[in-house]
Write a protein of this length. Sequence first.
Length: 257
Amino acid sequence: MLTNYHTHCDLCKHAEGSVEVYVQQAIIDGFDVLGMSDHLPYPNFDYGFRMEFAELWDYITDVRDAQKKYGDRLKILLGFESEYMREYRRYYEKLLDEYGIEYLILGQHFYDISGHWQSAFDINDTAECVNYARSVSEGLDTGCYSLLAHPDIVGVNRLPWDKNMDKMTDIIVESAVKNDIPLEINANGVRRGFITDELGTHYMYPHFKFWEKVAEAKAKVVISSDCHNPALLNDSDVQKCRDIAKNWGLHVIDAID
Ligand SMILES: [Zn+2]
Ligand SMILES: [Zn+2]
């Protein structure tokens, strides 16, 4: 089965191509399942670089229309990539229970820490990565999410791998296994290329130290394009992710529940 559950579209203001263009690309590439998962907008808060809250129904309508038009060619799923923020829990539940959203993936780009929103891309202390992990774990415990996107995204901060980084990894992997939620190898990490540090030359994410523990735990793994351009839906970097997962002995699954 050829699947991708992490797909964006131009409503988020930092991607190219409409929902329909991604669906057409998926058909060309021979996909069986395309999950649309653009960044979730929040009521009363404009994070920027994503669809407006007022556009929520435009997105839902675009995906529903694509399901009607192309549903005989492939399975199209209506999802969002969403952070987990405690104060919005009711909102996530409403999306799933009342708005007909078929799945949420957890992409913890920022999280709530003692009353302020901390960006996962702007961490300068490994102790903060443990807070990141706790927020991810609390999110997975809600049962709202079907996939954990780029669990090792904090790798972009290029922090030294120390005991806190191991602790972060343990918290996330244990939570994913407990909740039976797959962890994502994200092709955007591969697209960012290699860095060299005291561990050698490696990707910031997928970070090999993180995925060693995933392999040990035999946790479920999903490979995602996280494409923001239709040409990247099934590009050579997605293939690299498949090869990496194989080399690292990961338990890759191709369908999420
Ligand atoms: Zn994005
Ligand atoms: Zn993301």
